[in-house]
Ligand binder design. Structure first.
Ligand SMILES: [Zn+2]
Length: 354
């Protein structure tokens, strides 16, 4: 079965239940896949991928959404867990205990833990923490103070948030808010062999490299990524070192091995930073599988997390996530479209033959 992305996106916008079962909507930034009619907030178009089956979405490292339950709507165990997820989302600002949840789901805490994990992929506690972290970040972006955001997100005290934020935020909450406020970002849009490329940088290094079809779409996406930053478009002639960075990136799009690694200024978790470092060590013209990358960073069972790190890479090309493919030689996914991934790999292969 082939997929018409335009039509699928249309169905998602209409939340068309008649399309349920015909295709699956994957959201690469949250790592979740949905039915077309899912009642959750609509994702951004650029973060969405369409699949013919849940299995295909799972191969890309995505988990089923518990709200719309794309796996099997009539499995009662799944339905119960789905109701619990909705409950957790609604009550993440309050205290939610395993006992509460077990009671609501008619399960012992032990069975709850197991069933929940097998359906959702994480424990109820982790799910709750993820909901809180999501709401916490939203509050900060909406301009709330750190203290307000902590309480509204349901963290009992600030120390509990700080304990957790290391892994998921990559920086202390206050820095996340203040840093984004003060951040000055310059960007340029440049035509390359793989289409329009946006390159954005702070004073410290490159913070975004994205491909897109129009300058407007690229700019919108940058503003969504850094809502509080001061963002300015710049035009040629570019000042150094921006000119050099842009020239290096353009050469790499055409297949060249970089002469030096560009300085990066991206805010990612320690895990993702490790994955990106590993990707930068793959020479142009070569590929690795997701599981090889996972093994190389000493986390052989983290293949899915590696796939997600690739799917949410903020800096195309300079972190060459296009060099990661499936073990069976399939292309795997690419945040900026599979055609671009193929183009980049072909360009590198051609450059090697010269
Ligand atoms: Zn959903």
């Amino acid at each position: 079965m082939s997929i018409n992305a335009e039509r699928c996106w249309d169905a998602v916008l209409r939340r068309d239940a008649a399309e349920d079962g015909r295709f699956i909507v994957g959201v690469i930034t949250t790592g979740i896949y949905c039915k077309p009619s899912c009642p959750s907030r609509r994702p951004l178009r650029k973060n969405v991928r369409f699949y013919t089956s849940p299995q295909e979405a799972e191969r890309d490292g995505l988990r089923p959404c518990l709200r719309c339950c794309p796996l099997s709507a009539d499995d009662p165990a799944v339905a119960r867990i789905r109701a619990l997820c909705a409950y957790i989302e609604e009550h993440s600002g309050e205290s939610v205990t395993l006992e509460d949840l077990g009671h609501r789901g008619g399960l012992s805490p032990y069975h709850l833990q197991r069933t929940f994990k097998s359906v959702v992929g994480v424990t109820p506690k982790q799910y709750l923490n993820a909901c809180r972290m999501g709401s916490f970040k939203e509050q900060l972006r909406a301009g709330k103070s750190v203290t307000e955001a902590i309480y509204e997100a349901g963290y009992g005290s600030s120390s509990r948030l700080y304990e957790r934020s290391g892994a998921s935020l990559g920086m202390k909450p206050r820095e996340y808010r203040n840093g984004a406020d003060r951040l000055a970002i310059r960007y340029a849009v440049h035509q390359t062999g793989a289409g329009l490329m946006l390159v954005a940088a702070t004073g410290r290094g490159v913070c975004a490299v994205e491909f897109g079809d129009s300058p407007e779409e690229l700019e919108r996406s940058l503003r969504e990524e850094y809502p509080a930053a001061e963002i300015t478009a710049i035009h040629p002639p570019y000042a150094e070192p921006f000119r050099q960075w842009l020239a290096d990136l353009s050469r790499q799009v055409n297949g060249a091995q970089p002469a030096r690694q560009l300085p990066l200024d991206v805010r990612v978790s320690a895990f993702r930073a490790k994955v990106y470092e590993q990707l930068r060590a793959i020479p142009a013209g070569e590929t690795r599988s997701y599981s090889e990358v996972a093994a190389a960073i000493g986390r052989p069972s983290a293949t899915r997390a590696v796939a997600r790190a690739c799917a949410t890479n903020p800096v195309a090309v300079t972190v060459p996530c296009h060099r990661v493919v499936r073990r069976n030689g399939d292309m795997g996914g690419y945040r900026w479209g599979i055609d671009r991934k193929r183009k980049l790999l072909d360009a590198e292969a051609a450059m090697l033959k010269r």
